[in-house]
Design a protein around this ligand. Sequence first.
Ligand code: GDP
Ligand code: MG
Length: 370
Amino acid sequence: GESITVKELAEKMKNSPAEVIKKLMMLGVLATINQEIDADTATILAQEFGFEVEVKVEQDVEALFMQEPEDDPADLQPRPCVVTVMGHVDHGKTSLLDAIRETNVTATEAGGITQHIGAYQVEHNNKKITFLDTPGHEAFTAMRARGAKVTDIAILVVAADDGVMPQTVEAINHAKAAGVPIIVAINKIDRPDANPDRVKQQLTEYGLVAEEWGGETVMVPVSAKTRQGLEDLLEMILLVAEMQELKANPNRPARGTVIEAELDKGRGPVATVLVQNGTLTVGDNLVAGTTWARVRAMMDYKGRRVKKAGPSTPVEVLGFSEVPQAGDQFFVVPDEKTARQIAEKRANRKREEEFKAAMPRVSLDDLFNQ
Ligand code: GDP
Ligand code: MG
C-alpha cells in the first residue's frame, strides 16, 4: 500500500517530527522518525493537525514490466540453443570457436567472414546453434551475479595432451552451479602426445563420466587444428539441446541479456544483446539495467543490418542512452517515455544505494561509548 515516513509527513505539514511522533503516541502508535506509516494513519494524523490528505497511488511502472508474463504453451516455438565454450587457458577455446565458424562458412562467403560481435550462429542439419564468444567464466559469473541465465549448454574444452587443469575444474563448478549441461570437447587429439583416455579418467573425479564408460556425459574427441570431430561435436550439441526442448514465443515484446557493451567513438554506446524471448525490432524502446535505448539499428554477427531479431539471436544494438553492463537484462516497453522513466528511477536508486553504502555507520552504542 501507499505510505509515508514520519519525517516526510512532518515536512509536508511544516511541523517538527517530534510533534508528529507525540501525536502518533496519543493515537496509540509508537513510531520513529524514519518509520513508514500507512495512508490511513497518515490521514487521521494530518487531520489532527488540521490538514486534509490526498492519497496518490503511484503506479510502479517498473514492476509492471519487470515481471515476465507467462507464455501460453500454444504460443511457444522451438528456439536455437545457446552455447558457451569454457576451459583452461590455451586448451583451444578460441581455436575451436574459430574452426566451427569457418567450417560453416558457405561457398558464397569464400574468403571467410569477419565476425563483428561476440557471438555467432551456425547451421547444422538445418538447425541453428548460437555460440557466445564471451569467456565462459566471465559469462557465467558476471551474468549469474545479475540473475541472468544465457547459456543452455557449456562446452568444456580440455586439451588431450595437458589434461584437467585448475581452470577446467573452475569451469566445471561454474556450469554445475548454473545447472547447465556440460559437453566435453577433448581437443588437440591430432597431437602425438594426446591421451583422451587420461582426460576421461581425470574427469571422473569431478563427477563427469563419459557415456562410453557408463556415465552420462557426452565427450567428443576433436581437433580445432585439423577440424576432426567438429561435425560430431555439432551433432552432440543438437542432441543435448533436443532433450532440453528449448522453446520461446517469438510473437511478443523482446527480453534478453546484454552480452557485451562498449562506447564506440563514432556510433556511441553499442551493445551486443542476446534475445531470449520475443522479437526485438528496430524502433523498439527498451530498458537494460540503469540504461535505456530506442533501437536505432541492429546488426547480426556478420555485420548485416537486420530489422528483427527473434529468440536466441545475438545482435548488436545502436541507440543506447549510456553503455549498459554485460549481464544486464533488458526488456521492451511500449514507449520512450516509459523506458527513460524506468531507467532513471533505477539509476537514482542505484546512486542512493551506493551513497548509503559509503556512509559511515554510527550506532547509539558508538555515540555513548566515546
Ligand atoms: P584458448 O586460450 O583456450 O582460447 O586457446 P587457443 O585457441 O588460443 O589455443 C592455444 C594454442 O593451442 C594455440 O597455439 C593453438 O594454435 C593451439 N591449438 C588449439 N587447438 C589445437 C588443436 O586442436 N591441435 C593443436 N595441435 N593445437 C591446437
Ligand atoms: Mg582464447
